[in-house]
Ligand binder design. Structure first.
Ligand code: 5AD
Ligand code: SF4
Length: 459
């Protein structure tokens, strides 16, 4: 029998890369690849890369430098290591990667990784590169994970439902690296979710670059909205929690807003990137909505589901952003009262319109604005967490905690909650009384510590 080959996959960037990395491992499992936690003993190393900002891309090249040394050392011992670059840097830079880093054997874009097994065979003879957008969908070709693999990955899982983006925000590489907006058919997604739920997954996060632009084919042959898809998935036994990310404000349609009112399984937390609070900058970014449109949308969502908490993404220092524009962003943050947010300095990306705009903002100004905004957001996040003290919330327990006898789970708002409770509760949802608040985490006690039966608090 041949020795099982070891696979190490390192994922950079967004949640879709985490999902894709899992699916690459699933597809290579029938070829005899077993996952390992370190690159040192791996026969195949895959870097699943991110191109969204310059520093994300640079990280890949420095990792490739380290891998070259490792690969050379292994070769001295007579062991061959294959190095693959996947993901958005692969898509954007293609052959250029091999020119810059000859240690790379294989380059595969995000729409082609179902070809990995035969690409590996080709890489034996020379370099293998695939960065096309093949007609067939990779989802029909990928091997599903085994039940044991699903169990190992935990009680919460991502599922891609939509990919690509047609919005062309002027700062963003995604439309070029992930291609046109496409949606998977409803029943294919339902099959994948049912298989995960059957293996113990309780929380499903639907992912897509523009997930709320979802328009996959339903059983009736028509295009279904994300709201309709969520209703279908909530019927699947075992699915206790649903989430979706990342959304564009322009695609929040009535059915999705209503789903927040009607679906108990849909968690009351919504990531809705707005990027800027200035109309001038929103326009230059080609976001196609105004600050007032965004505020109206938040109000409609809050009217449908008063428990909703909002998180967002912001870019500071977009070309032409003045101090006044930046203050508009700070005012928007205060007005909405986000529960958390990611803040980024604008990073010019090759091939995007904003990279060629005049009035690029000085690095010092970008740094200062980032600090101000981060400070505002940290304060809002602390206020949001502080408000949970003394309340009771449902927690989905995910894993053992660091302290003996402790387990850790997630609140409906995705905050970690630490509780002293038996490991047998992992995978269960239980009401927890919040007693203490840390910087990023909550601490609490079980409301029914002696309840023996699973209590499907949210079902
Ligand atoms: N520079 C800085 N941030 C960016 N993002 C996307 N492109 C850029 C860029 N060129 C941010 C946006 C997006 C998040 C995923 O990354 O805020 O919502
Ligand atoms: Fe990029 Fe999102 Fe804009 Fe699409 S909608 S171009 S993924 S920022």
């Amino acid at each position: 029998m041949t020795r099982p080959r070891k696979l190490y996959v390192k994922s950079y960037g967004c949640q879709m890369n985490v999902y894709d990395s899992h699916r690459m491992a699933d597809t290579l499992a029938p070829e005899g690849f077993v996952e390992t936690g370190t690159p040192e003993d791996a026969d195949l190393v895959i870097l699943n890369t991110c191109h969204i900002r310059e520093n994300a891309t640079e990280k890949v090249y420095s990792e490739l430098g380290r891998l070259r040394e490792m690969k050379d050392a292994a070769a001295q011992e007579g062991r061959k290591v294959t190095v693959a670059v996947a993901g958005c840097v692969a898509q954007a830079e293609g052959k250029e990667i091999i020119r810059r880093a000859p240690t790379v054997d294989l380059v595969v874009g995000p729409q082609s990784y179902h070809h990995l097994p035969e690409m590996l065979a080709r890489a034996e003879q020379g370099k293998a590169i695939e960065t096309e957008f093949p007609i067939e969908t990779k989802f029909d070709k990928l091997a599903p994970p085994s039940r044991a693999t699903v169990k190992k990955r935990g009680v919460s899982s991502f599922v891609t439902v939509q990919e690509g983006c047609d919005k062309f925000c002027t700062f963003c590489v995604v439309p070029y690296t992930r291609g046109m907006e496409t949606s998977r058919p409803v029943e294919k997604i339902a099959e994948e979710v049912a298989r995960l739920a059957d293996a113990g997954v309780r929380e499903i996060t639907l992912i897509g670059q523009n997930v709320n632009a979802y328009h996959g084919e339903g059983k009736d042959g028509r295009d279904w909205t994300l709201g309709m898809l969520l209703h279908r998935l909530a019927e699947i036994p075992g699915v206790a929690r649903l989430r979706y990310t990342t959304s564009h404000p322009r695609d929040m349609d009535d059915s999705l807003i209503a789903a927040h009112r009607d679906l108990a399984a849909l968690m009351p937390q919504l990531h809705l990137p707005v990027q800027s609070g200035s109309d001038r900058i929103l326009d230059a970014m080609n976001r196609n909505h105004t600050r007032a449109d965004f505020l109206r949308l938040i109000n409609r969502l809050r009217a449908a589901q008063p428990k909703l908490a909002f998180t967002s993404d912001f870019i500071v220092g977009f070309p032409g952003e003045t101090e006044e524009d930046f203050q508009d962003t700070r005012r928007l943050v205060a007005e909405v009262g986000f529960s958390a947010a990611y803040t980024f300095k604008y990073s010019p990306r090759p091939g995007t319109p904003a990279a060629d705009m005049e009035q690029q903002v000085a690095e010092d100004d970008k740094n200062a604005r980032l600090q101000w905004l981060q400070c505002d957001i940290d304060r809002l996040q602390a206020d949001f967490l502080a408000k949970s003290r003394g309340t009771t919330m449902d927690v989905l327990f995910e894993k053992p905690g660091q302290r003996a006898g402790q387990i850790v789970g997630r609140s409906p708002y995705l905050n970690s909650v630490h509780v002293m409770a038996p490991h047998s509760l992992i995978g269960e949802i239980r009401p927890v009384a919040i007693t203490d608040v840390g910087t990023n985490t909550l601490f609490g006690t079980l409301v029914h510590p002696h309840a023996a039966e699973p209590m499907l608090a949210e079902a």
